[in-house]
Design a protein around this ligand. Structure first.
Ligand SMILES: Cc1ncc(COP(=O)(O)O)c(CN[C@@H](CCC[C@H](N)C(=O)O)C(=O)O)c1O
Length: 428
């Protein structure tokens, strides 16, 4: 009897085990991706360092995550909207997937009034990282892709996931056109050497270098896209940080851009909405595929099929951001972070480092020539208890640099520069 019951148990376990083994093949594109996505890896290493050094007071100049509390005027608007949901007259359910009309109007008026974009070309979302993934979904696996090198890793990683690239060749992914941006070309790619691709991702002010493209450079970029029949996906997540009057805050300041460019943007770094989640993407009606079909119609289809609209509470916050008081609050917050960036930039410059960015962006880009950037990351973490972001995480041309973000309390920024001076002192 006991043998029989043991045999029965073994059979039951075998069946159970078999049932748990599925026959679905993994999406082979995910196998092409290298290590984990950059920012969770930074967070993992920070946690490991903290576990090893429980008393260390770690300062983060790494992940570009805002730290200042929301302006009360903006937070109150969301609190009021949330409280309103408890009443019959204040309650609302599913909203328009494209975003609430007044918010679309306000975004069009505030950011594109001078650049000719209409409210029905503005699609409100839960953030521009999310929109980048949805834009890629709209494009499918066939288009070829160019990116600035270095740039925000989502452009490349989502291209890999979509099957738009080959394998990683040790330096980068086959099939991606890496347009190098470095001190030699003032962080604007040499377009005369860039291969034609269907899609060009371009971020200005650039994350991570902090370089903002000039009107002349963007005019060249739009002409390049028009000549090649490419679609430009322009990421303007830091546009309000631009001080240089010669650097446009939207690609649509460039004549003809409405026929080649999608623009994505976000309230994340403007209002401290990184956790609140609110962004937008502009798809002009004049943007057409090769067969004449409007991209706008497909984007609308993606947003109505794959997205149920940004939160009604958060959209109330977004609307508050665009009222005179909210705008003033956002500009004050941006000014605060830019002052942090200048403190960091001045310190590294005085210590003899080659430092870039920081004037039109909340990022500074610090040269550590000849040193692998992950080693520099580890060394700074070890010696200063400061988290940065290794340049190679943004692309092959990021090697030899680290990025420092200016999102921190003033106290932390001042403590960080004290530690850097102590650890790296005066250099030749
Ligand atoms: C050029 C650019 N475009 C879009 C975004 C994200 O905008 P979103 O907040 O989705 O509206 C970002 C945010 N980048 C930061 C946050 C990174 C870490 C976050 N977990 C993430 O993966 O986005 C960084 O580089 O430190 C950006 O730089």
């Amino acid at each position: 009897a006991s043998t029989r019951s043991r045999r029965m148990t073994a059979v039951v376990q075998a069946v159970a085990q078999r049932a748990g083994t599925i026959d679905v093949q993994r999406n082979e594109n995910f196998g092409k991706l290298r290590a984990g996505y950059l920012f969770p890896e930074i967070a993992r290493r920070r946690t490991a360092h903290q576990d090893k050094n429980p008393d260390a007071k770690i300062i983060s100049l790494g992940i570009g995550d805002t730290t200042e509390p929301l302006p009360a005027y903006i937070a109150d608007a969301m609190a009021k909207a949330a409280a309103g949901l408890a009443s019959r007259e204040g309650y609302s359910g599913y909203g328009a997937e494209q975003g609430q009309g007044p918010l679309r109007e306000a975004v069009a008026r505030t950011f594109y009034g001078h650049a000719g974009r209409a409210a029905d070309e503005i699609f409100i979302s839960d953030g521009s990282k999310c929109d980048i993934a949805r834009i890629q979904m709209m494009f499918g696996s066939k288009p070829t892709v160019a990116v600035q090198d270095p740039s925000y890793p989502v452009y490349v990683d989502t291209s890999v996931m979509m099957g738009m690239t080959g394998d990683h060749n040790g330096t980068g992914f086959d099939g991606i056109e890496y347009m190098v941006c470095n001190p030699d070309n003032h962080f604007f790619p040499d377009l005369s050497k860039a291969k034609r691709t269907d899609i060009i991702f371009f971020c200005s002010p650039n994350n991570p270098t902090g370089a903002a493209a000039t009107r002349a450079q963007l005019t060249e970029l739009v002409a390049f896209a028009r000549k090649n029949g490419s679609i430009l996906v322009y990421d303007a997540a830091y546009a309000l940080y631009i001080s240089n009057p010669d650097c446009p805050k939207t690609i649509y300041e460039i004549p003809g851009a409405e026929e080649v460019a999608i623009e994505t943007c976000s309230f994340s770094k403007y209002a401290g909405f990184t956790g609140v989640r609110l962004g937008w993407t502009v798809v002009p009606k004049a943007l057409k595929y090769a067969n004449g079909e409007p991209v706008h119609a497909d984007w609308n289809r993606v947003m109505t099929t794959c997205f149920n609209g940004a939160s009604n509470i958060v959209q109330a916050g977004g609307l508050a951001c665009l009222q005179p008081q909210g705008l003033a609050d956002m500009h004050a917050m941006i000014k605060f972070y830019k002052e942090n960036a200048q403190i960091l930039k001045t310190t590294f410059t005085e210590m003899g480092f080659s430092v870039y960015g920081g004037d039109d962006a909340p990022y500074i880009w610090v040269g550590f020539p000849g040193k692998p950037s992950w080693d520099v990351f580890a060394e700074i973490l070890e010696r200063c208890n400061i988290v940065t972001t290794p340049g190679s995480g943004f692309g092959p041309a990021g090697e030899g640099f680290v990025r420092a973000s200016a999102f921190g309390s003033r106290e932390n920024i001042l403590e960080a520069v004290r530690r850097f001076k102590e650890a790296y002192g005066k250099r030749n």
